[in-house]
Design a protein around this ligand. Structure first.
Ligand SMILES: Cc1cc2nc3c(=O)[nH]c(=O)nc-3n(C[C@H](O)[C@H](O)[C@H](O)COP(=O)(O)OP(=O)(O)OC[C@H]3O[C@@H](n4cnc5c(N)ncnc54)[C@H](O)[C@@H]3O)c2cc1C
Length: 602
């Protein structure tokens, strides 16, 4: 049992009012040899089973191909990473499952197949199932004997998932429910054996979840959707027509389905955050290789500053998003471990741990999916005309990436959700934001005091700026909450601005803490590129935060109040001018020399 003093966990969302030391964060360079071996096994699987078969997988002409690759993943244990050993899985830690999602991220369509099965398909049973349900279904899912899918979305119920019309009617003898309704966009539907289905009983306000076996009957499918990307992942409509589900297959309690959906999506979000990384690194390596090989005007295009700038920015954003994904993953894991040490059962602790960090989960999903889109877009650009060709890898990556901003809750929904949640926690007194916001408010109207910073100390100025960026959120968020009160959630543009301030603050802080920790493990000279990437990103974060804060301030303030806030914003976002061009060239030169993304931690 851990003692209180040994507890490592912090509160979710707390980063915005708390100073974090680098010793407190996990960085991916700290993965153990065992974890790295697991990642390597996963990489080998992708290299042998996925990469040589990409065309065949995406053509969907061989119905047995993806199911057979899926089964091989099961044989290797890759489908049971998060499932405890007693149910046939490997019982690995939360951050290990993030690492595996990261590696699988390079598997294109298959990463959706994998995520839908191991995440939204399996976890509802793991976290909400009865002992009988777990024993019956988890071993089949963990080993790949059965494939799972998750049926929440309907034609008229997408982001508003709780408004679904699918009905579950109890039979007269009380032995089973008859489920009738239409689900849409269901990943893995084409070959799934098990369906997690959300439906409403009678006139219930909230959904109820059910475990439905294909063999129960009453299930039919639409054709495979013709999609922009991830063409090799099965996506179909699923029709339930008086599908008879035994009462013992209700998952958790009646009307608890929406809660299940939300909590499982929280996990899905942070895993998707990690799940874009493998793809980001692959595309960047390909872009570097192409830039080194392609000659124009008598030289490799990698020698042009415009191309170097792109390559360095791609690497920088990957570095940043990795930093925040694994920081959040470890925060969740620490919370889970503390809850287990306090006597909570394993499944409950995992749910509570993730719920506590729902804000960070949303940040991870948004930041990573937007980094992926940026990376593939610039990847196409580096390839020029070949980027537009189906004969080169960028075209597929460009199409495949786009889904990440849409599923697991769109990025708009996630932006609003994170700010709403933070404000709610503040109102409930779970997170003390009001006192620091009042302090910032006082600071705005008092004579500024300038503490002297020794700029020769690494990140001394950046640390001060990060403290100030948190003040920007407290200033804008605090004033918005006062000015708009309960109408703030209707002012979605302001909510989006606040979300961007939160995301960028977390992102740049995570990158700086990772670099500081790396320096403590290696030495400063060996970390020169990491320092450069942190400084490059700092400029970007400040620009985004400045613009977002200005937009918000302009929308709900006037006159003197506006002037005071703009002055505060100027002060809080002040930083010495940095020669970003030279820093990018430094990073790009390393990349060009290595001929691949050189900052992989594995
Ligand atoms: C390839 C693919 C695989 C999928 N896999 C699954 C699966 O396995 N299981 C499953 O259940 N679902 C799945 N989905 C569905 C996916 O989760 C939904 O598409 C997503 O939640 C968005 O819902 P929607 O498509 O109805 O869009 P809508 O909800 O109609 O949204 C359209 C636009 O309006 C915005 N919007 C909506 N509501 C608001 C609001 N309140 N405020 C501001 N903006 C808003 C959205 O952000 C978006 O930009 C999948 C989808 C795709 C494309």
């Amino acid at each position: 049992m851990s003692t209180v003093a040994e507890k490592k966990s912090i509160k979710g969302g707390e980063f915005i009012v708390r100073e974090t030391e680098y010793q407190e964060v996990f960085i991916p360079e700290e993965f153990s040899e065992e974890q790295k071996m697991m990642a390597q096994a996963c990489q080998d699987f992708i290299d042998t089973e996925i990469h040589p078969n990409v065309e065949r997988i995406d053509s969907m002409k061989e119905p047995d191909l993806v199911p057979s690759i899926f089964k091989k993943a099961g044989e290797l244990g890759l489908l049971g990473i998060s499932v405890p050993e007693q149910y046939g899985g490997m019982g690995m830690s939360f951050n290990t499952s993030m690492l595996i999602a990261d590696i699988i991220g390079a598997a294109g369509s298959f990463s959706t197949t994998y995520g839908a099965h191991t995440g939204i398909g399996t976890l509802p049973i793991l976290y909400y199932g009865t002992e009988e349900q777990k024993e019956k279904y988890l071993p089949k899912l963990a080993t790949g004997q059965w494939a799972a899918c998750y049926c929440l979305t309907e034609p008229d119920a997408g982001s508003d998932a709780n408004s679904g019309k699918t009905k579950a009617v109890l039979s007269k003898d009380g032995s089973h429910y008859k489920i009738t309704g239409q689900k849409m966009w269901i990943s893995n539907a084409g070959f799934a054996d098990l369906f997690i289905v959300f439906a409403k009983i009678e006139d219930d306000k909230n959904l109820t979840a059910f475990i439905v076996e294909k063999s129960f009957g009453g299930i039919s499918m639409g054709e495979e959707e013709k999609k922009l990307g991830i063409k090799g992942s099965s996506t179909r409509q699923v029709f339930f027509n008086d599908c008879e589900v035994p009462v013992e297959n209700m998952l958790s309690d009646r009307q608890n389905g929406f809660k299940i959906a939300v909590n499982i999506l929280n996990i899905g979000r942070v895993k998707l955050g990690a799940g874009v990384l493998g793809g980001c690194r692959t595309v960047t390596s390909q872009a570097i290789q192409y830039a080194n090989e392609r000659k124009q005007f008598g030289t490799a295009i990698a020698n042009f500053g415009a191309i170097k700038g792109k390559l360095a920015e791609m690497a920088t954003r990957i570095f940043v998003t990795e930093s925040l994904d694994y920081r959040a993953g470890q925060n969740i894991e620490d919370k889970i471990n503390d809850l287990i040490a306090d006597g909570m059962d394993d499944a409950q602790a995992k749910l509570k741990g993730v719920e506590q960090f729902a804000i960070e989960c949303a940040i991870s999903k948004i930041h990573s999916s937007e980094v992926l889109d940026y990376v593939v877009d610039e990847g196409v650009q580096v390839y020029g005309g070949m980027g537009f060709s189906q004969d080169a890898p960028m075209e597929r990556a460009y199409r495949d990436s786009r889904i990440a901003r849409i599923y697991e809750g769109t990025n708009e929904i996630n932006r609003m959700l994170m700010v709403g949640m933070l404000l709610k926690r503040a109102m409930k007194g779970e997170l003390d934001i009001y006192a620091p916001a009042m302090d910032v408010s006082k600071e705005l109207t008092s004579v500024p005091t300038f503490s002297s910073i020794d700029k020769s100390v690494l990140f001394a100025e950046e640390k001060e700026v990060i403290k100030n960026l948190k003040k920007v959120f407290l200033m804008v968020g605090g004033k918005a909450a006062m000015a708009l009160q309960d109408k703030i959630e209707d002012e979605q543009e302001v909510m989006m601005n606040l979300a961007d301030i939160l995301i960028e603050t977390y992102a740049v802080e995570s990158a700086m803490l990772r670099t500081e920790k790396l320096i403590s493990l290696r030495d400063e000279e060996a970390c020169a590129d990491y320092v450069a990437m942190t400084k490059i990103y700092m400029q970007r974060a400040i620009n985004i935060i400045n613009a977002a804060a200005k937009e918000a301030i302009a929308s709900f303030t006037k006159g003197d109040e506006q002037k005071v806030m703009l002055m505060g914003l100027k002060r809080f976002t002040k930083i010495d001018l940095v020669d970003v061009k030279s820093l990018r060239r430094q990073v790009a030169d390393t990349m060009i020399k290595e001929g691949k993304f050189p900052y992989y931690f594995g």
